[in-house]
Design a binder for this molecule. Structure first.
Ligand SMILES: [Zn+2]
Ligand SMILES: [Zn+2]
Length: 257
């Protein structure tokens, strides 16, 4: 069985351990029989913004900030993509993990899309949340509408689909899972099963993906050395859900030849 990991970070992402580089991943792919490829998908906000600005999230509601940073970020991203492509023959793939800003644009310059094998779209911050005093219904509605629009915004993979909402409301309603899977399916976007931060809805999520034939990806979302190339959680989850690898339709990249 060969795994392909389409979501992993290097130290270019501010939340990743120091010293993790494309070479770190290439070495793991080379020595791990069960690992075929890894896409390096650093955060768009870390590529386009210096660290203090990135964590303030103002760019989410003020996308003009992204335009101001675009040339700076493109230069950083191109340098990084060149570094990843040096290991293409050794199983590395290029990518980004992006947010969708309030105007519907992603935090990557679309001009560089043809250099990317995968665009993971995720939610890490929204302007309506428990810390802004939102009530659970309001937060759920905002997040659902945002996720729907994110699926239509040009992403390939919906990263950790229920992580953010799981931290916002107690007991995410079960009916949400089929809604999310359908949103992704309709937009031709893959559902990610993410091992970096696990949530209660992972079992119903993988079952619904199997039931509907929605495409899925097993991703490590590695931020630490001990997470690289590890699919133990995905295999445990399959067992818990009463499924096998053959029950699922796995997504494959097609942006680059
Ligand atoms: Zn993420
Ligand atoms: Zn990530």
């Amino acid at each position: 069985m060969k795994f392909n990991d389409y979501h992993a970070h290097t130290s270019l992402s501010y939340c990743c351990d120091i010293g993790i580089t494309p070479r770190t991943y290439a070495d793991v792919v080379q020595r791990t029989d069960s690992l075929e490829s890894v896409a390096i998908t650093n955060h768009g906000f870390a590529i386009y913004f210096p660290e203090p600005t990135a964590w303030r999230w103002e760019f989410m509601t003020d996308p003009a900030m992204f335009d101001e940073q675009r040339d700076w970020g493109n230069e950083r991203l191109l340098r990084h993509l060149d570094a990843v492509d040096e290991f293409r023959e050794k199983g590395l793939r290029t990518g980004v993990e992006v947010e969708m800003m309030s105007d519907g644009r992603l935090t990557v310059d679309p001009k560089l899309a043809d250099r990317l094998d995968v665009i993971v779209g995720s939610v890490h911050w929204l302007p309506v949340s428990w810390n802004t005093g939102g009530d659970p219904g309001e937060i759920l509605d905002f997040w659902l509408a945002h996720t729907h629009r994110l699926c239509q915004a040009g992403i390939d993979v919906l990263g950790h689909p229920l992580r953010w909402i799981s931290g916002q409301v107690d007991g995410v309603p079960k009916e949400i899972v089929p809604t999310i899977v359908e949103m992704a399916r309709d937009a031709n976007v893959a559902i990610e099963i993410n091992a970096h931060y696990i949530v209660e809805t992972d079992v119903p999520l993988i079952r619904e993906a199997a039931r509907t034939g929605a495409r899925v990806t097993f991703c490590t979302d590695a931020h630490r050395r001990d997470e690289i190339g590890r699919f133990d959680y995905h295999l445990e989850l399959l067992e818990e859900a009463g499924l096998t690898m053959d029950s699922l339709t796995f997504w494959q990249p097609s942006r680059r030849a």
